[in-house]
Write a protein that binds this ligand. Sequence first.
Ligand code: PMP
Length: 347
Amino acid sequence: MIPLRKNIALMAGYVPGFQPKDEKAWIKLNTNENPYPPSPKVIEAILAEVGEGLRKYPDPASQAGREEAARLYGFDPEWLIMANGSDELLNNLIRAFAGEGEEIAYVHPSYSYYSTLAEIQGARVHTFRLTQDWRLADFPECYQGKLFFLTNPNAPLGFTYPLDFIEELAGRVEGMLVVDEAYADFADENALELVRKYQNVIVTRTFSKSYSLAGMRLGLAVARPEVIAALDKIRDHYNLDRLAQAAAVAALRDQDYFRECVRKIRETREWFSGELRVLDYGVIPSSGNYVFASPPDRDGKRVYDALYQRRILVRYFSDPTLAHGLRITIGTREEMEKLVAALAEIG
Ligand code: PMP
């Protein structure tokens, strides 16, 4: 027996979405990737970085990306931190705020990786259930845990919480309120303004979805400088490599490309949601780059299997509260047309 910490020995570990080996043979709509390539300016910037300079360490503070993002969002750079994917930020938030035996909470259903990260740390996890109208059941007047993660837009369901509700939560959470805005670029609203108003609010973002850079691993967070300074202390000192830093700056600068990509995905999302309704699917109006939809017989597994046979990958959750539906990433219009034809055939 190796002398592992007990909680590591007992934990199952997070299982990311399935990645087929022959990716090109599939229509892959299971991990909320962007169907469009990154901006050509991002590719150029990465290629310009490939060369003898790679023998040197990258800027430990990722200052260029941080300044670019700060300008874009209207904050001073001390309010921002860059990370190796937003997963790195979630991990470091738990390490910074939740000690062994202390509690963190999140909403079920949302991103279950929070729970895995808490298990690693030895923190306790509480989950709040959703009510019929997408509020939180039994949320106390004052939640005393160290961190509360609110995924907004919700993943996998796609709805958004109203901003005034998030603001109310900021006042009711004694610890930190982490608004995980991985999908906020596809929504109409975001919680950045609350960061200025409440010292316990932190917003996390990713470049994996709206900037088409899941393969580069880039994320960022916006919070009060004292929170950012704490996260800065505990991250890997060279957490972003040179290619990722160059990609981040170029992606943030090319806002025209970014806006056009987001526009196309939102347009396809609305068209696809309409087609699903024609097929008698139950569809939750989505503010993300995915849709949660239930087939007429509410058997998500049956449809998942039939799509898999046709080499179309979507996300099925065996969790009983979600097994009635599927989370389907918005691909190109052409991919979604093929999916609609397959769904009509499957029935
Ligand atoms: N939060 C949510 C809600 C997500 O769905 C994901 C992606 N699976 C992440 C965070 C992590 O994104 P990243 O690729 O930036 O680590």
